[in-house]
Write a protein that binds this ligand. Sequence first.
Ligand SMILES: [Fe+2]
Length: 486
Amino acid sequence: MTIESGARPNRILVVDDEADITAVLADILAEQGYDVETADDGKAAWDKFSVETFDLVVTDLKMPEVGGLELLRRIQEAGRSTLVIIMTGFATVETAIEALKIGAFDYILKPFKVGELLQIVERAFERLRLQAENLQLKEQISLLKLSEAVASSLSLDEVLSLVVEAAMKEVDADGVELLFRPPGSAEFSRRLGVGAQGPWPPTLADTARLEACLRDVSHLQFRGAALSPFLDPHGNNGIRCMLSVPLRRGAETLGVLNAYSQRPHQGFLPREEKALFVLGDRAATSLEHALLYSDMENSFRQTIQGLALALDTKDSYTHGHSENVTRLCEATARVMGLDEAFCGLIRQAGILHDIGKIGISSSILNKPGRLTAEEFGIIRDHPRMGRRILEPISFLRDVVPVVYHHHERWDGQGYPEGLAGDVIPLAARIMQVADTYDAMTSDRAYRKGLPHEAAIDELHRCSGSQFDPCCVEAFLQISDLGGHAP
Ligand SMILES: [Fe+2]
């Protein structure tokens, strides 16, 4: 399907209660290539204007019933782009000036020369052309901004919601629905619907039929009998028109973007078809990028976590330490009523908290005797090293402060920054408790692990000095804590 330009001849409505004048004017203007209609009074003109589209109305001022000024007011209130030129005799020139004040484009004094009239008419059409260009430019800029926002997003959910919001802004629709399926999948796994008043209920029922229709076209409009087979007969929301755009990457269709109108006799304009098509095209590219990025992010995350877990095996005594800390941190966060996002963050930080030890030799990590001052310095450097390793990875941005501060103490006597109290990130304060508990209850090269009860006594003793008391209190409420002792 091609996108229509919507071009048509310029239409003028000539209004005068003197039939000779309307006839002459109609002839002169028609000769210039305008599409001219006439009306012999203001009321007849208004009746025509209500059902037809005119670019310009040239009207007499003094007419019975509905005069030129009243006609102008009604045209102004209709909110269309139509311009009005007033014809007037010298005696009523003041009224003509009044007409200019309320929005007439210009007036012309009777009797007038043909050349004069044509000049004013030409100027009116020049104004209309500039207005249309201006509007088109504004629309293009807004579409460009929206499509750039869609293109620059790398999150799948963000792309999907940006596209439906942008479609609602760009197309005069009552609702927009987007169906998405990942590449290689037969089912549409995601659906988003937005209407003018909020969420838009599922409207499209037969996706397979729609896909078949869209196979070789960039977009399609469906109305009347052609539309009903696609919609849910019980929940079609009174839809009168549907504009559909396939979201296509190569031969594969990733989704369908639909705009719905409930208004009778009104299809979507060529401009709106174009806007939805542009958005659909941008959306398809962005969805593909978001999917690739999410694959890449997942495999990168798995690689980093694999490295961190491999680190545990370097030290036979700390085997499973990161996983224990992760489990205990998450359990504490849940006791504290922290949300899913926080739990996700603390899980990642738990696995990665000691990643900075990756560069420390096993002979130091597993040393049975006392560490020298230099060796101790190397161990103490692991939060800093952890930060250096994780900092360049954008999607681990929020994990970095937790890893960096997990050896700070509540009383400010910890490292690397000596932060105190609630300046220390909450996740790091929780981790301080879980990390210490797991270290105390595990065997080390240089000592046996403490029994569970002794470790709990130690947590009580250090609550308020080494540990945030709230975190200790929450930690002690973990339901299976007693069973954790190694
Ligand atoms: Fe550590």
